[in-house]
Design a protein around this ligand. Structure first.
Ligand code: BGC
Length: 727
């Protein structure tokens, strides 16, 4: 009888368009309640934890499907075995590798973020995934963080603007985005236990906004908790972060999923907001033992506590309610599209994002672009000219159908040139969690490279970091700020024999550049995925004019970075605790307020043309708290080639009662201008966005007084300013 009732109920949900059902939350909520009534406690608990490395149970007898998840965030990860981390060796799971999220952030182009989300969502859907584990929006606090490449930079406003369209794009496919890692997972070293302490102001002004935007503007359907602790409680079951801020204050109606192995306590997991537990290593789970998943914190241990009366079953009902809501939006959404994989359109999107994200950092004597008709001899030196970068790095590793190397990109585009290549250095094989020294002889690699450098008209040095352990890789941090693998030595020997040398820097992080004055040009090219070599050649040849902007500051030396200015307790902590002593002064907020000149500032990036900004004005001089300020300016491409420029508006509070950063990004717009063309643009800023978080009464506070807007093309290249008053 019960079963029959369910069938009619379930068919009712699939006959109406579930997308409509999703909007009509009242009817969805009603159905969810009906389903919950029919579930046994065991069935409910089964939905709250993993049944394999990347899936959780549905209810087979009722036809409620399983939930399948996949990393994220740069492509859909290859299939992993049921109970181990080994690849399942499928032959149909190669994907399009999109550029790393630092590159996406560097485009300063929310439209591209939407395209990225939509395309990766289509791939996830085609691969029958319900939840895509990404994107990540942890703030770039230190250049040593091994995982910065998976995040969107140091500025909460930029990360917020870029994360929202990505989520919309993914979720249009009936696939949930899972924004990670909530929150304060700003380093990999000791990530599994370090306890982060910081002020409420820093939490609300710097580290939470991108997550809040993901929930309130992105309407994201799932969030992944972080590994670390915050104020003595693990983030995946944290009373303040999850129950109060995420679920109560922000009214998040989705599912909180743990990071893999980030659950630590049954009672807290039950009561402090965790909905789905994944990756717990209890009972030998890496090699699968019988009913191992029943030993998860939210499985038998929680069942016992409920049966003893220690915890009420309604606690589990709330989790199941959220999981069913996630399912109605994804796995039980019958009208979602079918998705697609490896289409030319996806590769084109990957290439377009890569082109727009590459940042030209230096270009002495217009070294770039290099005319593709050149018949000169070009020495392409460096391991990164050929190294596969979609492998390694941790959970964001990808099995892609192709990855065009920088060398291949140059060879295809510069067909008349005489291209020589030498590896120059070797980083050793990439093994997750281990550093294996290279067996190749460093001296002879170097001398081969120096030899071809001396024979060439110019050298393109393709180096930087890679996806090995202790580089740009999950699980631990970088051990050094300078270029690794003795690259500085190699570079200095190359420069002795050929001054016509430029650098193609492959990394997801800033590096120290004591040699900067000696190289002619530098392009920051990130990790670009499938179309890497094509996109790099597009920029170097001048087929595409560079327009990327740095989403984080490059300090001259590590000690100039805020997190590294306060001793070990600030970074990496004492092994147990860590204090974010720089408080709200992260990235350019620190450099500009303290007057510490960076090597390259936030928002910086050159072009092959020049721009000028004039005629800046605001619609009024005086505003009230509910107003929106409209700032307009004219931007002109004064050079000889077409190009894109990003106008950035920073606000400065001139009469604050508390310390405020000397400037904060409040708006930006990327514009395409033909050579000689000018356009007038408008950027709108709600007055409320000028508030600071007042921790004396735990709310945002807007103070009366004078504010200044700085309008420029980077955080330091300011063309004009406007003063306004708030009353
Ligand atoms: C990572 C997550 C990832 C998960 C599953 C964890 O180690 O921190 O970002 O989604 O593994 O692979």
């Amino acid at each position: 009888m019960k079963k029959l009732f369910f069938i009619s109920l379930f068919s009712a949900c699939v006959f109406i368009n579930p997308l409509i059902a999703q909007n009509n939350s009242e009817s969805m909520d009603k159905k969810i309640e009906e389903i919950i009534k029919q579930l046994t406690l065991k069935e409910k608990l089964d939905m709250c934890h993993a049944q394999s490395k990347f899936s959780s149970k549905g209810v087979a007898r009722l036809g409620i499907p399983e939930l399948w998840m996949s990393d994220g965030p740069h492509g859909v990860r290859a299939e992993i075995e049921w109970d181990t981390w080994n690849h399942a060796q499928w032959t149909n799971d190669s994907c399009t590798a999109f550029p790393a999220l630092t590159c996406l952030a560097a485009t300063f182009n929310p439209d591209l973020s939407y395209k990225y989300g939509k395309a990766i969502g289509q791939e996830a859907r085609y691969r029958k995934k319900d939840v895509l584990l990404g994107p990540g929006v942890n703030i770039y606090r230190t250049p040593l963080n091994g995982r910065n490449f998976e995040y969107m930079g140091e500025d909460p406003y930029l990360a917020s603007k870029m994360v929202v369209p990505y989520i919309h794009g993914v979720q249009e496919n009936g696939v949930a985005a899972c924004v990670k890692h909530y929150v304060l997972n700003n380093q990999e070293h000791w990530r599994d236990h370090i306890n982060v302490e910081l002020s409420d102001r820093a939490l609300y002004e710097i580290y939470l906004p991108a997550f809040k935007a993901a929930v309130q503007e992105g309407k994201v359907w799932s969030i992944m908790g972080a590994y670390n602790q915050f104020r003595g409680q693990y983030c995946c079951h944290n009373e303040l972060l999850v129950n109060k801020i995420l679920k109560k204050d922000w009214a998040f109606d989705g599912t909180l999923i743990t990071d893999w192995g980030a659950t630590h306590n049954t009672k807290q997991a039950a009561l402090y907001g965790l909905d789905i537990e994944m990756g717990t290593g209890t009972d030998g789970l890496t090699s699968s033992s019988k009913n191992a998943y029943d030993n998860y914190y939210l499985a038998n241990p929680l069942r016992k506590m409920i049966e003893n009366g220690e915890i009420e079953e309604s606690v589990v009902d709330d989790k199941v309610r959220r999981i069913l809501r996630l399912m109605f939006r994804t796995s039980m959404n019958k009208s979602r599209p079918f998705g697609s994989m490896n289409s030319q359109e996806h590769f084109d999107i990957a290439r377009e994002i890569a082109q727009e994200g590459i940042v030209l950092l230096k270009n002495e004597d217009n070294f770039f672009p290099i005319d593709p008709k050149t018949t000169k001899t070009i020495a392409i030196i460096g391991e990164n000219a050929t190294k596969v970068m979609t492998l390694g790095g941790g959970s964001s590793e990808l099995k892609t159908i192709h990855e065009i190397s920088p060398l291949q990109g140059f060879q295809e585009r510069f067909t008349n040139a005489n291209i020589l290549h030498a590896m120059g250095y070797s980083s050793g094989p990439s093994v997750y969690g281990r550093v294996i020294p290279s067996k190749l002889n460093a001296k002879s690699l170097r001398s081969q490279a120096v030899k071809i450098a001396s024979q060439a008209d110019m050298v393109l040095y393709v180096g930087g970091l890679n996806k090995n352990h202790h580089q740009d890789c999950e699980g631990d941090d970088r051990l050094q700020f300078e270029l690794p693998f003795e690259q500085e030595k190699l570079l200095s020997e190359i420069l002795k024999v050929n001054k016509n040398t430029a650098l193609i820097l492959v990394s997801g992080n800033a590096v120290e550049m004591p040699w900067i004055s000696k190289v002619k040009a530098i392009a920051q090219v990130w990790y670009l995925g499938s179309e890497a070599g094509h996109a790099i050649a597009d920029i170097i040849s001048g087929d595409v004019n560079p327009s990327g902007k740095l989403p984080f500051t490059f300090p001259v030396k590590l000690e100039d970075n805020a997190a590294h200015s306060f001793g070990k307790l600030s970074y990496p902590g004492d092994g147990k605790n860590q204090e974010y002593k720089e408080d709200i002064l992260v990235g350019y907020r620190w450099h500009d307020t303290k007057n510490i000149k960076p090597l390259f500032e936030f928002g910086f990036g050159l072009s092959y043309t020049n721009f000028d900004i004039t005629n800046t004005s605001s619609d009024k001089n005086t505003y009230h708290s509910n107003d929106t300020i409209s700032i307009s300016c004219e931007i002109k491409n004064t050079g000889k080639v077409d190009g894109k420029e990003t106008i950035q508006i920073y606000a400065k509070d001139k009469s604050s009662s508390v310390l405020r950063p000397s400037k904060e990004l409040k708006g930006f717009k990327k514009i395409n201008l033909r050579a000689g063309e000018s356009k007038t643009i408008q950027i709108k800023i709600p007055v409320k966005k000028l508030s600071f978080f007042d921790d004396t009464n735990m709310n945002w506070k807007l103070e009366k007084g004078e504010f200044q807007f700085l309008i420029g093309t980077s955080s330091r290249n300011i063309y004009q300013s406007i003063d306004i008053k708030v009353e």
